[in-house]
Structures are given as structure tokens and as C-alpha cells.
Design a protein around this ligand. Structure first.
Ligand code: MLT
Length: 407
């Protein structure tokens, strides 16, 4: 008899963004004449930078000729992209990361979901609340979380991120082994200072824990004092893995390209307490289960680092940051408390009512899709998240509709 992995039965009924897409589809079916504006999932709407498109085209042309055609690429990514990443995203910021510590992939979602495979099922995980659901759900699937009761998994240490701590969680008071952090944060849009991040790095060192640092939104940082990478903090290479993506800085959500940094020094421990390097484990995992990102996509991603690519991707992010400022002002003018929206594409709004009720109200009365904060965890109840990923015109229209509906 084939039996299922029963940990899957502990998951909430559907993945948050699939659930929302289903509700929006039902609304559209019932109201075919209503135009819906999507400020829900953080999916970009603007075209890829011209430099990326040019590189993409050239690489496709190479694939059309036997002498330049490429079959399987290196599982870790092509050297030209790994070198460009190491140089521009890390060495240029004083972080000593080398190309062979970069693993190119098809998404930060996949990597943040897959990385937990490297660690023991008994690993005690610390997860922010609210949180990007992938970190939690993949640990549920792996059987690391215990049962769900009273809105929480009993075996997880939750790191509450609330208005009181400015959405930067305090260090845990109980033992944990694997810590998920994301800054600029999804969903709250909050940022972390170097001193705050240093406290987490020191904690991981002192307690032999490991930090998984999701920096998918670092391109939105405009405050020079804020860290773009955890490796800007001394000692982080030993205790942290970092995830990055081309999705939000260069519009690759549909094109798919990201990377994970596993420094050579990064360590975990075996059951005897002996130090083990994590780099060869992730390398082994990727070589076994992953065949790399397509050559044209990696060429397109490498073009982000060209002079034109840098200017064009910055302009793209600036465009969304203008939207974020507009949203933040509009909701603040309506009297709602909010966080994020600067150094981040997300605006986290205290809705003064149940999150899903607010979601329904915005959809029905304004035709605007948001993401209910409760979908990100217990601490998200009462909040909604608006995303800045849409056109200026649509964001302006959405804010006007919200003003009329709620003002
Ligand atoms: C979000 O809306 O939280 C993100 O788009 C999800 C993702 O990047 O997978």
C-alpha cells in the first residue's frame, strides 16, 4: 500500500497566493464587467530591462548555431554570471564573497524551500511571524513543525514582528538551530540596521545556529546606512546563507533566475557535534536534483551588471518605489497606520478589522486586490499588504477607488 507523507495534511488548505488567485477568479466570474487592479502578489508588471532583452536575444541566436549551441550547463551556474554577481553584489560592498560560493538557480522561492533538506528533521526552526509562507510550509512538509493548533504549529519558535519592535524580531529566548530572516521584509516592508543584524550574527555564532537570510528585496534599499547583504556583517560567512533574486530588481518573475550564497566557511554540525561545511552539501544537492538555469536566461541576468543594465534596473526599481510612496501617502491620508513603502515595495497596513474581511471589502467595493496579513501568520491578523508592483496609472486609480470606498 502506498501511503502519503502525512505532514502534508498539517498544511493549511492551500498556498496563500493560490487561495487569493482563486477568490479573485471567482469575483471576476461573478462580475465580468468590473476591472480588477492587482496589488496583491508581488509580481512585477514592467518589461525586462533593454540590456537584458538584448543579451537574451543574442544568447538565443547562439543556441541556433551548432558551433555556439550549449547543452547542459554547470549545475552551479555559468562562470560569467557567478563572477559578475560576486564582484558587483558583494565585493563592491566590501563583502568578501567569491564566485564559487554562488549557486545560480531558478528562484529564491525554490532555494528557500529546498535548503531545509540539508538539515536534520529534529532541527528547531525559528520563523518570523508574519512570514513569507514558503519558509514555514516547506518545514511543515518535512515534518519539522509539529501539529497546528491555536493558529500556530506547536514545534516552531515564532519570532513575533510587531509594531512594538518595529517589525524586527527580538532574539529568541529559547534554543533554536535554524533562523529565517528576510530584509527588506516581506510582508511588512521593514528594514534591519547593521547593528540589529550583527546581534543576530553574534547570536548564531554563540548558539551554533545558522541564519537563512532572504535578501530578495535588497535593490529597494535607498538608505545608505542599511545592509544589502548579511555578509556586510563581520563573521556572517560562518553562520549565514543568503538568497537573492533577479525577480524584483530586474523583472525576472516570469523569466526565472536567482542565486544562493553558501560561503565556504559556512558550517553546521553532525550528530557528534563535529563541524561540517554546508557548501559541499548544497553543491551535492544541486548536482543531484537540479540541471541549471538556461543559458539565455543566465546571459540576460548577467546583463543586469552591465552599465546600461545597472541604470535600467535601478530605473525599474525607482518606478516601483514611486508607486510605494504614493500608496503609503494615500493610506496614511485615510488615517491608517502603516509600515514599509520606503526601501521596500510592500506597504503593511493596519486595517482595523479582520484581514480577510478587509480583503473582501477592498475587492468588492474598490475592485482592488491586496494580500490579507493573516495569510502570513497570526501577527498579521488585522493587517493587509499592498504591493507597489503595477503601473503608476493603475496605482493612482486603485488609490482613488480606495479613497471613495473607505474615505
Ligand atoms: C509575494 O507576493 O510575497 C511574492 O511575490 C512571493 C514570491 O516572490 O514568491
Amino acid at each position: 500500500m502506498i501511503t502519503i507523507n502525512e505532514h502534508y495534511l498539517k498544511l493549511q488548505s492551500s498556498y496563500l497566493f493560490s487561495n487569493i488567485a482563486g477568490r479573485v477568479a471567482a469575483f471576476q466570474q461573478a462580475n465580468p464587467d468590473r476591472e480588477v487592479i492587482r496589488l496583491g502578489i508581488g509580481d512585477v508588471t514592467r518589461a525586462l530591462p533593454a540590456a537584458c532583452i538584448d543579451a537574451f536575444h543574442r544568447a538565443v541566436d547562439e543556441m541556433a548555431v551548432d558551433s555556439t549551441f550549449r547543452g547542459y550547463g554547470p549545475e552551479q551556474g555559468y562562470e560569467f554570471l557567478r563572477e559578475a554577481i560576486a564582484e558587483n553584489d558583494f565585493q563592491a560592498r566590501g563583502a568578501d564573497i567569491s564566485a564559487d560560493e554562488i549557486f545560480v538557480s531558478d528562484g529564491a522561492k525554490c532555494d528557500t524551500g529546498n535548503i531545509q533538506e540539508l538539515f536534520d528533521t529534529g532541527t528547531r526552526i525559528a520563523i518570523p511571524d508574519p512570514v513569507y509562507p514558503v519558509y514555514l510550509d516547506t518545514n511543515v512538509m518535512a515534518g519539522r513543525t509539529g501539529k497546528f493548533a491555536d493558529d500556530r504549529y506547536q514545534g516552531v519558535v515564532y519570532l513575533d514582528s510587531t509594531v512594538e519592535n518595529n517589525y524586527v524580531p527580538d532574539l529568541p529566548s529559547e534554543p533554536v538551530d535554524l533562523i529565517y530572516l528576510c530584509f527588506p521584509n516581506n510582508p511588512t516592508g521593514s528594514t534591519i540596521t547593521k547593528d540589529q543584524l550583527k546581534a543576530w550574527v553574534d547570536f548564531a555564532k554563540d548558539t551554533k545556529a545558522l541564519i537563512l537570510f532572504d535578501a530578495a528585496y535588497e535593490a529597494f534599499i535607498r538608505d545608505d546606512s542599511l545592509p544589502h547583504s548579511i555578509y556586510e556583517i563581520d563573521g556572517a560567512k560562518e553562520v549565514a546563507i543568503e538568497f537573492r533574486s533577479f525577480s524584483k530588481n530586474a523583472g525576472f518573475t516570469g523569466t526565472r533566475c536567482a542565486y544562493t550564497v553558501v560561503p565556504r566557511e559556512c558550517r553546521a554540525f553532525d550528530s557528534r557535534g563535529d563541524k561540517q561545511a554546508v557548501h559541499p552539501l548544497w553543491n551535492r544537492r544541486q548536482c543531484t536534483k537540479f540541471n541549471g538555469v538556461s543559458y539565455p536566461v543566465q546571459r540576460a541576468a548577467a546583463a543586469v551588471y552591465s552599465e546600461q543594465g545597472q541604470a535600467q534596473s535601478k530605473a525599474l526599481v525607482d518606478y516601483y518605489l514611486d508607486n510605494a510612496a504614493l500608496i503609503r501617502k494615500a493610506v496614511a491620508d485615510l488615517g491608517y497606520d502603516c509600515a514599509g513603502g520606503t526601501n521596500s515595495p510592500y506597504i503593511w497596513i493596519l486595517g482595523q478589522r479582520d484581514s480577510w474581511e478587509f480583503f473582501d471589502e477592498l475587492l468588492n467595493s474598490a475592485g482592488v486586490v491586496c494580500t490579507p496579513g493573516a495569510g502570513f501568520g497570526k501577527c498579521g491578523q488585522g493587517y493587509i499588504r499592498l504591493s507597489a508592483f503595477n503601473s503608476h496609472e493603475n496605482v493612482e486609480k486603485a488609490m482613488e477607488r480606495i479613497r471613495l470606498a473607505l474615505g
